[in-house]
Design a protein around this ligand. Sequence first.
Ligand code: FDA
Length: 395
Amino acid sequence: MSTKASNRYDAIILGAGGAGMMCALTAGQRGRKVLLLDHADEPGKKILISGGGRCNFTNLHTPPERYLSANRHFAKSALRRFRPEDFIALVDRHHISWHEKCLGQLFCDGSARQIVSMLLNECAKGDVELKLGRGIRELEITDGMYHVSYGDEAAAAPSLVIATGGLSIPKMGATGFAYDIARKFGLAVIAPRPALVPLTLGHAENLFQSLSGVSTDVIARCGDVAFREAALFTHKGLSGPAVLQISSYWTPGEEIGINFLTQLGSTWLIDAKRSHPRSGLRSVLGQALPARLAEALAERIGISGELANVPDRVLETTQQQLSNWRFRPSGTEGFAKAEVTAGGISTDELSSQTMQANAVRGLYAIGEAVDVTGWLGGYNFQWAWASGWAAGQNL
Ligand code: FDA
């Protein structure tokens, strides 16, 4: 592959998503000559659809414990050096108004497109060359230079950044390209799996399938991890923030526990028997839960008639059951519906300071391509910004 002198860069960045653009603008504004390539016809497509079109661009609280990775310490350095307030300062400089929705989640008041425009504007300030709509045909390294051919052009640089994301939402252009490049250069990849993804239920839980569209506040638990947020019943199983969050920690075959009685004390049902002895379980549950859910749970538990006739010990067991409804999901809705991909390029292979591969000089990996996955709520973009910034500082 021959490369004309004019097609030589200091760095070639593959993937113009959030991480790739942040990396490009950081390096470009440091005077590096940067080429940013993407096979899609527009940059930042996931930013555009994120947060219901308003982009939950960061979270005020991004401690490393809110990120999953085989090495839970890896993300610390980048997250500490590029903080939510750094991104907020950038957003403010561009006069993009924003608000905190809940739990520290920051959203644009207007549109996610403002974030993409801001990043492109900052890339332009750094003279970043952005080339879209061109697939990468060939990639090789000779004499310490990465040679990339794309469309009918070719370019070379001493540094190559993998920023092509993970496998989630293939119909938006997601590919396993990052893993292919990593393996080509001998970097280990932790098996990618769908995360922040709706869970599916088998026939044993058909109770839930009849509740499609019902939403309620729950505590979802898997092992030692628990999230208190809304759960949404779907025709395939369960979704909603609490379930998406817990899905990232779930492994096939494991049980999940749902507490439907988040607002109620541990003797609530016994108390209800004392105060409303003539009521049935369904009507008592209906005061705390959506009617359809109350009906389905009462039917499944199988207590009929007045509470006055139900022994306290049965009500205690029922209360425990409703506080920890155990079930085994049959699976997830897969990469087609997963907000992110967990797993990815192993952090063992990378410097946490610079994102450069330890054993392959000039090769970097950032963003979702790497085995670092945030909670729902702006954490994944903050990782994209922070890891992109860390690499951009070193190019
Ligand atoms: P990203 O996937 O964004 O970018 C990768 C780029 O590489 C893409 O432009 C792609 O076209 C390109 N590419 C892929 N394969 C290629 C190839 N073979 N050749 C060339 N280019 C290639 N997070 C958050 O913090 N707040 C939120 O509100 C949301 N909301 C949200 C909604 C939905 C529906 C989804 C699917 C995801 C979110 N996320 C989110 C997650 C967030 O979008 C995600 O973590 C980041 O976009 C990851 O940024 P990256 O730049 O690493 O990858």
